[in-house]
Design a protein around this ligand. Structure first.
Ligand SMILES: [Zn+2]
Length: 375
């Protein structure tokens, strides 16, 4: 069973269930209230804790539906049960208590295009299940296990269910990836951009099954190539927000690994020099703008290894160099989308189109893992 926060930091929430529900105090299971129909019940923050109708000062309750019907949070439907709790700021958190397979019904379409080849979707189902099991206590300190957004996996309850999603979840029922008999860290991303990123080059921790793998199959992604422009002044702002004392930037140099991924960003400024990793650089600006760490700066003085004999091209390069110097701007061009670690979803799609089955797709991106049925 998973407990997924589906609503956080609220002052009020309406809960209901298809065929009615009962409210139990938590954890002593004292029955507080029975609703015999589908009408909703309003829970509100009170002076201490929360309450509903003439109940006050509650800290935590469970909402258990009759006949295994769906439960609704402000009209949004979920399988399983609900738990309501007061957070440390005195606000309400709604948690969905749901079995793993039902949870996955609501995850697959939110995390991958549902028109992907079926073997790629099966691979996604296994990775999403593995991720959920491995991270089921990730937010335990907050009083629940997982969130319903990108901090965990995107989960929209029955709203995002799809017959194909249910089919691939059923097909892979209980199957996860393991390494030395333990669930792996099932990272995945949209498109790696040419090769996946080894974990040691991501957050410094070498994980044996998260190695860098060549991947030419994700180039079918429609936004495979991306561009982003950033002024030195803008970059200064981002660095200052991070607490770096930088005033005026005069040069930025990108250091790449052999796969073209930015390892380090060297920044020279008025008061000295500074370097940040490619991953930090991407997160610092915006992971949706700097869409991956496979990028380079184009049309700026850094192209000193540009070996062109074409005079016209050189002239254009010179204009760009002058332009960029004048406006102190970086023009970045990259490939792929996402952190690049683990399963490349567009790569999985490409491999599925080449008739690879989901166990082989998974074993390509995760080195030396086993596919195990744990229930
Ligand atoms: Zn890829």
């Amino acid at each position: 069973m998973l407990d997924v926060a589906v609503l956080e930091k609220k002052s009020s929430v309406y809960l209901s269930a298809q065929h009615g529900f009962q409210v139990f105090n938590f954890p002593n299971r004292k029955k507080l209230f029975t609703r015999w129909n589908g009408k909703s019940l309003n829970f509100k923050v009170t002076e201490r804790g929360f309450g509903f109708l003439n109940f006050n000062n509650l800290q935590s309750v469970t909402i258990e539906p009759f006949k295994k019907g769906l439960v609704y949070v402000n009209g949004k439907g979920y399988r399983g049960k609900l738990k309501l709790l007061e957070d440390r700021f005195g606000k309400l958190t709604v948690v969905n208590l749901v079995d793993i397979e039902s949870y996955l019904y609501g995850v697959i379409k939110s995390e991958m295009l549902i028109n992907s080849p079926i073997e790629a979707l099966k691979a996604q189902a296994v990775v999403a299940r593995t991720y959920a099991i491995k991270n089921k206590d990730k937010f335990r300190r907050e009083g629940f296990g997982l969130t319903d957004d990108v901090r965990s996996q995107v989960y929209n309850g029955i709203e995002d269910e799809h017959p194909i999603a249910r089919k691939v979840v059923k097909y892979t029922h209980g199957k996860i990836l393991t390494y030395e008999d333990k669930p792996i860290s099932g990272f995945y991303h949209s498109a790696c951009g040419g090769s996946t990123l080894a974990s040691k080059d991501w957050h410094g921790k070498g994980v044996p099954y998260l190695k860098s793998k060549d991947c030419k199959w994700c180039s079918g992604y429609k936004n495979y190539v991306w561009d982003y422009e950033l002024s030195f002044a803008g970059l200064t702002g981002y660095l200052n927000q991070r607490g770096e004392k930088v005033r005026k930037i005069n040069k930025v140099h990108f250091e790449h690994d052999s796969n073209g991924r930015v390892k380090l960003v060297h920044i020279s400024h008025k008061d000295g020099k500074l370097k940040v990793s490619g991953t930090i650089f991407r997160q610092m600006i915006s992971a949706s703008k700097v869409r991956s760490t496979i990028f380079k700066s184009v049309g700026i003085a850094e192209n000193d290894n540009h070996k062109s004999n074409n005079k016209g091209e050189l002239a254009i390069m010179q204009i760009l160099v002058d332009y960029n110097r004048r406006f102190s701007k970086l023009k970045l061009r990259g490939t792929g989308f996402g952190h690049g670690v683990g399963l490349c979803q567009w790569g999985a799609k490409g491999l599925a189109k080449q008739s690879l089955k989901y166990p082989d797709i998974l074993k390509y991106y995760f080195t030396g893992v086993s596919l195990e049925k744990i229930y």
